[in-house]
Design a protein. Structure first.
Length: 46
C-alpha cells in the first residue's frame, strides 16, 4: 500500500506559503495585464 493512502485527509492539502501566493498573483497579474493591453490596443481607433 502506498503511504499517502494511510495519511489523514488534511495532510493531502498542500501548504501554501507566501512565495506561492506571490508567484500565483504575479502570473495572474501578468496575464491580466497582457489581456487588458491587448483589449485596449484593439479598442483604440487605428
Amino acid at each position: 500500500m502506498p503511504k499517502f493512502i494511510n495519511r489523514p485527509l488534511h495532510d493531502h492539502m498542500p501548504h501554501i506559503d507566501l512565495a506561492e501566493i506571490i508567484l500565483a498573483a504575479a502570473v495572474i497579474g501578468s496575464i491580466a495585464l497582457a489581456v487588458g493591453f491587448d483589449w485596449i490596443y484593439r479598442a483604440l481607433p487605428s
